[in-house]
Design a protein around this ligand. Structure first.
Ligand SMILES: *[C@@H]1O[C@H](CO)[C@@H](O)[C@H](O)[C@H]1NC(C)=O
Ligand SMILES: *[C@@H]1O[C@H](CO)[C@@H](O)[C@H](O)[C@H]1NC(C)=O
Ligand SMILES: *[C@@H]1O[C@H](CO)[C@@H](O)[C@H](O)[C@H]1NC(C)=O
Ligand SMILES: *[C@@H]1O[C@H](CO)[C@@H](O)[C@H](O)[C@H]1NC(C)=O
Ligand SMILES: *[C@@H]1O[C@H](CO)[C@@H](O)[C@H](O)[C@H]1NC(C)=O
Length: 346
């Protein structure tokens, strides 16, 4: 034995030469033919797979050829997209990554103002409250359909920018189906790679006052017969702020508690998203908050501006008709901190 099996003894002793006879010739021919066909079939599949592979690689190479994609940290890769809208070409920006985002908020929490700030950035496009229409949030399939269309970047609103949009999103209120379908929406957002900005108001007492005043104006139409939720001049703000609502003291504490729970439940349900939690008060007091938002959205940081003017700028006692009652109801409760919450620093 030389270690390579090259001894004279045949590795597969041909018993056939002596004992068992081979199958009859026609059967043998048939088996060989069958085997041949099988080999052909296998290699054909192989060729098909290879050519598919080549096509994919080719497409990739072509993309890489045209694009030099910017560096994105690996943990952010699922949140970075290169959409191909049907309605227009992304032209020279087709290789710029796009981040999908959603601003999750509640009415009268500064989200309208926040959106105008974002839209003052040339690379951000935030498309308003798309789920204010009931038919778009009727059931989870209409919600998904709406979201798919939106994140294909084929959603054209006045906020739609050009081909160089790098962050594309909209604003979604908790009571617009967001909490009703939270499980399905959570998995959609994570699958689609959507970043979430939660925008809430810390001082829910001030928010409540704003809700009541806005509800009042919906009927009273104080600005020359039109109802406005947001204004662009000090004069308009002054007129709207003249109205002082009266708070129902008997339900005040439970009202505030419900709102706090609603926000807390939302943050819990969506704690596995890529997210940023932002408070209206932070944006007002700390302009760095807006820089952090831009970093979160992956856009070049710049100063953001809005033409909107804040309506309720005065101290709380001037905003409510029955302030004494409100004060004594909340004094001593866990919500007493809202009583001296000045949220406007000029
Ligand atoms: C979902 O709502 C849409 C209307 O918004 C309706 O056309 C559709 O039939 C509904 N689908 C289901 C499964 O209920
Ligand atoms: C932002 O938009 C400008 C043109 O408006 C474009 O040149 C630039 O590449 C865009 N930036 C990003 C990060 O997409
Ligand atoms: C209401 O209309 C009058 C006259 O048209 C105009 O002078 C005034 O500025 C308007 N006020 C507001 C708050 O729009
Ligand atoms: C999210 O919240 C759930 C329940 O509140 C908790 O069990 C889970 O650990 C949280 N996940 C993360 C990533 O914080
Ligand atoms: C809250 O109640 C305490 C005790 O009743 C009182 O001393 C205090 O002045 C009250 N605070 C305010 C802001 O009214």
């Amino acid at each position: 034995m030389d270690g390579f099996g090259n001894n004279l003894q045949h590795p597969y002793p041909l018993k056939g030469s002596k004992g068992a006879s081979l199958p009859p010739r026609p059967t043998l021919v048939f088996l060989i033919a069958l085997f041949g066909l099988y080999v052909c079939y296998l290699s054909f599949n192989q060729i098909r797979m290879e050519s598919k592979h080549v096509e994919e690689n080719g497409a990739q190479e072509q993309d890489e050829h045209v694009c030099t994609r910017p560096y994105v940290p690996s943990e952010e890769l699922p949140y970075v997209h290169f959409p191909k809208p049907k309605g227009y070409s992304r032209a020279e920006c087709s290789c710029n990554p796009v981040r999908f985002f959603v601003i999750v908020s509640m009415q009268r929490s500064g989200s309208g103002w926040f959106e105008t700030l974002l839209n003052s950035h040339p690379n951000i496009s935030s498309n308003g409250e798309i789920f204010n229409r009931v038919d778009r949030r009727q059931n989870i399939s209409s919600i998904v359909q709406t979201l798919d269309k939106l994140y294909d970047l084929d959603w054209l609103t006045s906020a739609a920018k050009n081909e160089c949009t790098a962050a594309f999103g909209f604003k979604w209120m908790l009571n617009q189906g967001f909490m009703d379908h939270h499980d399905d929406i959570l998995s959609y957002l994570n699958k689609k790679g959507v970043s979430v900005i939660f925008l809430f108001r810390k001082n829910t007492l001030r928010r409540l006052i704003s809700v009541l005043a806005n509800n009042y104006d919906r009927d009273a139409k104080q600005l020359n017969g039109t109802h406005k939720s947001h204004v662009h001049s000090e004069e308009e703000a002054e007129i709207l702020a003249k109205f002082k609502p009266e708070l129902d003291v008997s339900t005040l504490v439970s009202n505030i508690r419900d709102v706090e729970k609603y926000m807390g439940d939302c943050l819990d349900s969506f704690n596995t998203t890529r997210r940023m939690i932002l408070y209206y008060e932070d944006i007002i007091r700390n302009r760095n908050a807006l820089f952090q938002v831009q970093e979160f959205l992956g856009v070049p940081v710049r100063k953001l501006v809005s033409r909107q003017v804040k309506i309720h700028t005065r101290p709380l006692p001037d905003l409510v008709r029955n302030w004494e009652d409100v004060n004594s109801r909340l004094n001593g409760t866990e919500y007493a901190r809202f009583l001296d919450g000045a949220d406007y620093v000029k």
